[in-house]
Design a protein around this ligand. Structure first.
Ligand code: ZN
Length: 187
């Protein structure tokens, strides 16, 4: 599968999900089939928000999406390693970074102007702050910018991912999920 086919599958799955027409999957049978190995068609970095579940949103089943989720869909070292695993070792042709409306991580970063967060939450705020700062700490405007900045951060900090992209073996795209409509817009 190439990146275009991978994207088409995501779009079709999202249309089914948003339209309330999810497929019925035989999970026990699929589990047995997958025990020997996985061949996901996409790697996705999305938010940990409990309402943003990639497998539901793209009406996918087990073994189809390699997922990394962090609050605010920003990637630190361990997350970058996980993304590299999906793109390089599992050969997914597409990497999607997906933000969403009403993101609490983006909102919290905007409220403290990028200078808050207790404990390790501070690291999330610091990672989201550059994007939020560019949009005058407006939560609604910062979500898309945060996706773009997160992609740029992945390119800069992951030689493996940027190399795959330069060689034309990987396409990287941003996406925005609407909590209200269930629809995903690719950017
Ligand atoms: Zn979020």
């Amino acid at each position: 599968m190439d990146a275009g086919q991978s994207l088409a599958r995501l779009k079709e799955g999202n249309a089914r999900y948003a339209g309330g027409k999810r497929k019925e999957y035989d999970l026990p049978a699929r589990r047995a089939e997958l025990a020997a190995g996985q061949h996901p068609f996409v790697t996705i970095l999305s938010c940990s928000d409990s309402r943003v579940v990639p497998e539901f949103i793209f009406d996918a089943q087990a073994g189809e999406i390699f997922v990394v989720r962090t609050a605010g869909n920003v990637a630190g070292a361990i997350d970058l390693g996980s993304l590299e695993y999906g793109c390089e070792h599992l050969h997914t042709p597409l990497l999607v970074v997906m933000g969403h409306s009403g993101c609490g991580a983006v909102k919290a970063t905007c409220e403290c102007k990028g200078r808050g967060g207790e404990g390790n939450i501070k690291s999330i705020v610091e990672a989201v702050a550059p994007a939020a700062g560019k949009k005058s700490f407006s939560p609604a405007e910062s979500v898309a910018c945060n996706v773009e900045c997160s992609i740029e951060n992945i390119r800069q900090k992951s030689h493996i991912v940027s190399h795959l992209e330069k060689e034309g073996r990987l396409k990287i795209m941003g996406a925005l999920y609407s909590l209200e409509t269930g629809r995903v817009e690719f950017i």
